[in-house]
Design a protein around this ligand. Structure first.
Ligand code: KIV
Ligand code: ZN
Length: 508
């Protein structure tokens, strides 16, 4: 059987809400509800109206403002008073659905409900029948087998009970993994068995809790086993370790080629709103939405990530961050495990000019600091960059450079120290660079200039007046090309500083 478009049934406002330390008010629920509408879910379980007046009121309000294409559902135990409450709360919804449930696992029937299985089957069918009479032609009934995940040994009984519920009027049968204790494979096998025995026009649904952290896997695989409805929650909110996280399921299905109705680009923004509203911060390693979920720290990963950065598929990421509205989500942090790529990326991202060759030169200094301090903040990396690139230490110390007079050729005076020996040289030249290099050559420090350029040093973003920046390349006798920079408010001094930075690099 071909898989249909998945139907996302959201349970944030019911299972998620009932597990909050401070359940939401109507106004708070409305904020989340509006996020769900923007996300494009097809159904929202708005609450458990039988639990208290506040939740009844919230359900009633949300049913009244629901768009015409969204199913509005309310949860009721398989008992008349709960069912009446839900019917009353959601009666103004354009597409109302009563969701009733009872446990059918041998363990729960015996020790919690303390009832005979055949009595439970009867209660289930009667609850569905009653709910259907209240819904009439306008609404639907969903039935859940609570603790379905524990029903491996009595699956025949469960299937027969579900068939009775269908006869009583249920059109959606929900199979919860109320407590995740076992393998996704075992649960999905049961889903497949139910799907085989239930008429095709009846929707099978799954509702997985995340006690062992496998709810997404179970839900995704259940979809491919024929479960058309997927019950998920925003940020994975729900009882104990929560319910299946909707973002993970929607993105996984998208990656697998299924047509999801979820507006994926809203995911990140929604997650932030939900974290704030629930007072439950997003774990920094949370898949997709965690602060660190798209960060690269090891040199190998940084290199691969950067080489594939602009591509749809990345060497070290499951999705392009823009898919979930996290355009700047991919981060490069510098630690003792990192390399040139991170430095290059971080420095460039702050608007500073740098070449890969220069980034390589910065690695040992940055690593030494990172070994002591852990991940280096961006400011520290920029400090290293400014110091190592523009104030290169070595045997040469530049003191001053002045233009003397305007003869037929310009004359310049250069003062510098080399290993404690002072030089005071005057030299003619076509411009400061030529004069400086000639003066140095005369003192025995010959340099082969292979590239020269000058531009503004981009510090506008830092609020400072732009310095002039000179970039020079020298070729060593061994054929190595060394890039060096100098910056200064005076264009002339920027040139000479670049030359001395180069000398120190070569003669270190
Ligand atoms: O986890 C569960 O079994 C439930 C049902 C009430 C659907 O939340
Ligand atoms: Zn649940």
């Amino acid at each position: 059987m071909e898989n249909k478009k998945p139907f996302f049934y959201d349970i944030t406002l019911r299972d998620g809400n009932q597990a909050l330390k401070k359940p939401w008010s109507t106004a708070q629920k409305e904020i989340i509800f509006n996020e769900l509408v923007k996300l494009g879910v097809q159904a929202v379980e708005v609450g458990f109206s039988g639990s208290n007046d506040m939740d009844f009121e919230a359900c009633r309000h949300l049913a009244g403002i629901a768009p015409s294409d969204i199913v509005i559902s309310g949860l009721a135990r398989a008992m008349e008073k709960d069912i009446i409450k839900v019917a009353d709360a959601i009666k103004h919804a354009p597409k109302p659905r009563i969701h009733t449930f009872i446990a059918m696992s041998p363990f729960n029937m015996k020790y919690v409900l303390k009832k005979d299985p055949m009595d439970i089957r009867k209660i289930a069918a009667e609850a569905v029948r009653y709910a259907k009479t209240l819904m009439g032609e306008r609404g639907e009934v969903q039935f859940s087998v609570e603790h379905f995940g524990d029903c491996g040994e009595n699956i025949g009984f469960v299937i027969d009970s579900l068939l009775e519920c269908v006869e009583a009027g249920a059109t959606t049968l929900n199979l919860p993994n109320t407590v995740e204790r076992s393998r996704p494979f075992e649960f999905v096998k049961l889903v497949r068995q139910v799907r085989k025995e239930i008429p095709e026009n009846i929707t099978i649904s799954v509702h997985c809790h995340n006690d062992l952290g496998m709810a997404t896997a179970t839900t995704v695989e259940s979809y491919f086993a024929g479960s058309g409805q997927l019950e998920t929650s925003l940020n994975g909110l729900g009882e104990r370790a929560g319910n299946t996280n909707m973002y993970e399921v929607a993105v996984a299905l998208h990656n697998c080629g299924a047509k999801t109705p979820v507006n994926l680009s809203r995911i990140y923004e929604t997650a932030i709103v939900v974290a704030e509203m629930s007072n439950i911060p997003i774990y920094e390693k949370a898949p997709l939405i965690g602060e660190d979920a798209l960060a690269h720290r090891s040199g190998i990963h940084q290199d691969g990530a950067l080489k594939t950065q602009g591509m749809k598929k990345g060497a070290y990421r499951p999705i392009h961050p823009s898919l979930i509205g996290r355009d700047d989500g991919e981060k490069y942090g510098f630690t003792s495990q990192s390399g040139k790529t991170a430095l290059y990326e971080i420095i460039k991202s702050q608007g500073y000019p740098i070449s890969v060759e220069e980034a390589i030169r910065l690695v040992p200094v940055a690593k030494e600091q990172a070994e002591k301090l852990g991940e280096l903040p961006t400011d520290s990396i920029i400090d290293i960059y400014l110091k190592e690139i523009f104030e290169t230490e070595g045997p040469f110390e530049f003191i001053s450079f002045k233009k003397l007079d305007n003869g037929p050729k310009d004359k310049f005076n250069l003062k510098f120290k080399h290993e404690n020996r002072e030089f005071d040289l005057t030299q003619e030249g076509d411009g400061p660079v030529e004069a400086c290099l000639k003066a140095l050559a005369g003192a025995g420090f010959v340099q082969k200039l292979v590239h020269y350029e000058q531009s503004a040093f981009n510090e506008e973003t830092k609020g400072a007046q732009a310095d002039a920046m000179t970039v020079i390349q020298f070729e060593t006798p061994e054929g190595l090309v060394i890039t060096c920079r100098g910056k200064d408010p005076s264009t002339q001094k920027a040139n000479v500083k670049a030359i001395f930075n180069g000398l120190n690099l070569i003669h270190k």
